[in-house]
Design a protein around this ligand. Structure first.
Ligand code: ADP
Ligand code: MG
Length: 684
């Protein structure tokens, strides 16, 4: 236990815990007593899933939930005892009623205290309904009934707390991934063991085989394979060598290495993941907001109906049953339980949904716009042609291009740099480098201005570039290289379609997506070739970043559209879509920040999985809401007409809550197999 707390100190933020409202139960804890189910949701530690170390209030929530279990146990035993006495020792009437009185008192106490607290704060909510029901039973001297009602309500509260901490467990599992301590390498070369929370950016640490990384870092020496499943959901280990990034919470499998710390605590990818889950849980769906809005009218209405019932029937039992069944725990839990389960399931697949409203949105997506390079294709371009103009050798062309592309991380730049490195070219010193997104790069090599980029961008700069691309470049992506106002030549690239692309597209169609488009800054011929191999409805080539945005805006008029891109140079288009999905977001802050959903891997099947999960959660939420409402209103009517006893009302109330919780839990295992093939399109 203490180990866990150290962990949370080490890898979470120590900042002020303003996420008080982010508990997994999905209720808004800012007005804890305003929850329509009427339970006190102040149980900080027990239900908060954020995994933060709650220092000061740490023990309180836990004590409270333990306290409830004790109250429920002792009171429950006394109540049962009174029934037993009544049945088997009928002459002990006094003992039986004392036992019932005591039991009812113990069980009712926590509920009535909460209700009184609410009243003092000037809030009339569901606590009062339940408390009133119990009080009414007590006044009637029906202690057994009072005891049983209070018992089942306490059980419901405990159930809710349990479910919430189920989600907390998923975060705790994440926290456990980062070790407490690290082996720091001192400047003199010796090694000392330090708390992971004390590591600073720039520190050197040693990681042995089998250990987890405590922080994000760059490998300085050593090679290894790393299991990144905890973040990406992909269990195939990744090869890592010096210069590669490693991430907190992932596991070093084979080699020993030294890494330089680049990010600590909440800035690590794992920290961001935790933040996202917290945010998701704090955010509320429109349905919940509607319930909240009407919650204020609900209690007075129920009280009035209860009074009318009593006025006409003079039957206190009906009124008590009515008050108990009117407490809409099942309705209130319908959405949050499903949402927590869905977010946890998605996180396990490396899909991070930043806001719950995005989950609902994802279920309504009917159109997709994909970026080409790096999204539908793998973005690992290879140079296939170096064509110099009069007298320029391919090596010279490559050297010039590589010199200015050094700083860019565009796929074309990476391809050029890779080849230049293989050819061991001496690169020029470059100053005044600048990159124009979707167009190209420029830099000064000595006295000369060198440009690498697309044809019409060169033309705009006054360089004479042939109007049509050279014939031998058919099917290749082309960039031109110029020096001052002279064209040096062009470089041709080829790219591969990702192997999951066709599967994902057909999965999306099966899930009800009606329109898929591809946008790219690349040439028409290349775009057509890629689109020809995939089932794409519309292709737009030669796009600038702003044209991509325009295109998305257009599709948006008739569809609910998701945009998929790399999150770096596609950020504006991602932001323009109803839903922006960034690929390969692991380790990339820009990608994580620019999108509404971040995929940690480049595995496109996750996109279809996300849509499937979103649809399935929607189905489950609707089932829950329908069931909850039918249950509450049906129960109310039965009570009014005198067909419901208070005890049955209490039992059914707890039972309905359980049903909702179990129904939502069905979501947790979604995607474990990552195959959509045999799953029905519309969910169950
Ligand atoms: P895509 O839509 O295929 O992802 P981008 O919008 O990133 O493409 O870029 C469009 C075009 O702009 C590229 O095909 C390339 O010709 C040119 N370009 C962009 N960045 C660079 C760069 N760093 N170096 C050379 N050319 C570039
Ligand atoms: Mg791109």
């Amino acid at each position: 236990m203490s180990e866990k707390h150290q962990h949370s100190g080490a890898c979470c933020h120590d900042h002020d815990h303003h996420h008080g409202s982010s508990c997994a139960c999905g209720h808004d804890h800012d007005h804890s007593s305003s929850c329509a189910c009427g339970h006190d949701h102040d149980h900080q530690d027990a239900t908060c899933i954020c995994g933060h170390d709650h220092k000061a209030e740490g023990g309180v929530g836990h004590d409270r939930s333990m306290g409830r279990v004790c109250f429920a146990l002792v009171g429950g035993i006394l109540t049962v005892n009174s029934f037993l006495l009544e049945k088997f020792l009928p002459e002990q009437e006094f003992a039986a009623s004392m036992s019932a009185l005591l039991g009812a008192f113990i069980l009712a106490l926590p509920i009535i205290i909460t209700a009184c607290k609410d009243l003092l704060r000037g809030k009339v909510y569901m606590n009062e309904l339940v408390a009133l029901a119990i009080l009414a039973a007590l006044v009637k001297a029906d202690f057994q009934t009072a005891g049983i009602i209070a018992f089942f309500l306490l059980v419901t509260i405990i159930l809710e707390t349990r479910t919430a901490s189920g989600a907390q467990r998923s975060i705790e599992a994440l926290i456990k991934l980062t070790p407490n301590t690290a082996h720091l390498i001192n400047p003199d070369g010796s090694e000392s063991e330090v708390q992971a929370s004390q590591l600073k950016i720039g520190d050197r640490i040693r990681i042995r085989p089998g250990e987890n990384f405590p922080v994000d870092g760059v490998i300085a020496t050593g090679e290894s394979t790393v299991n990144q499943a905890s973040i990406t959901g992909e269990s195939v280990p990744v090869e890592k060598s010096p210069g590669d990034d490693v991430f907190a919470g992932t596991q070093n499998l084979t080699g020993a290495m030294e890494i330089t710390v680049t990010k600590v605590g909440g800035d690590t990818t794992l920290g961001k993941v935790k933040d996202m889950i917290m945010q998701a849980e704090a955010s509320r769906t429109p349905v919940v907001r509607i319930i909240d809005r009407y919650a204020g009218y609900y209690t007075p209405t129920v009280l009035m109906v209860a009074w009318i019932t009593w006025w006409f029937s003079r039957d206190m039992n009906s009124v008590i049953a009515f008050l108990v069944i009117a407490c809409p725990c099942a309705v209130v839990l319908a959405t949050p339980t499903a949402v927590v389960a869905a977010v946890a399931a998605a996180a396990r697949m490396g899909i991070f949904i930043k806001n719950i409203s995005h989950l609902e949105l994802a279920s309504r997506i009917s159109a997709f716009v994909f970026d080409k390079t790096g999204t539908l294709t793998d973005g690992l371009l290879s140079v296939v042609k170096l064509q110099g103009n009069d007298g320029i050798t391919p090596a010279e062309l490559l050297r010039r291009a590589a010199s200015v592309e050094r700083v860019s991380n565009h796929p074309t730049a990476l391809a050029i740099m890779k080849l230049a490195k293989e050819a061991e070219l001496e690169l020029d010193e470059v100053s005044g480098f600048s990159e124009v997104h979707g167009r190209g790069v420029t830099g000064n090599c000595g006295q000369n201005v060198v440009r690498v980029g697309r044809g019409n961008w060169m033309r705009d700069a006054g360089i004479s570039v042939p109007d049509s691309d050279p014939d031998e470049a058919a099917g290749m992506s082309v960039v031109y290289v110029s020096c001052d106002d002279k064209l040096l030549g062009w470089i041709g690239f080829r790219d591969k379609i990702r192997k999951e692309s066709p599967v994902m597209l057909s999965d999306l169609r099966r899930l009800g997506v009606r329109y898929c488009a591809m946008v790219t800054g690349d040439r028409q011929s290349v775009a057509d070739e890629v689109a020809g191999k995939l089932s794409i409805d519309e292709v737009k080539a030669g796009c600038l970043p702003e044209t991509k945005v325009e295109f998305v805006e257009n599709v948006k008029r008739t569809h609910c559209v998701a945009v998929v891109g790399d999150g770096v140079n596609d950020a504006p288009a991602l932001a323009a879509g109803d839903l922006g999905i960034a690929m390969g977001a692991i380790g990339s802050d820009i990608a994580i920040n620019s999108a509404s959903v971040a995929l940690m891997t480049n595995d496109l099947r996750r996109i279809a999985m996300l849509i499937y999960l979103a649809k399935k959660s929607q189905v489950i939420i609707n089932q829950n809401l329908l069931f909850g409402m039918l249950f509450v209103f049906g129960g109310m009517i039965l009570s009014i007409v005198g067909m419901m006893t208070p005890i049955w009302a209490a039992v059914l109330h707890a039972g309905s809550t359980l049903i909702i919780i179990f129904n939502s839990a069905r979501l947790v295992r979604t995607g474990e197999e990552l195959t959509l093939a045999e799953t029905p399109a519309a969910g169950e």
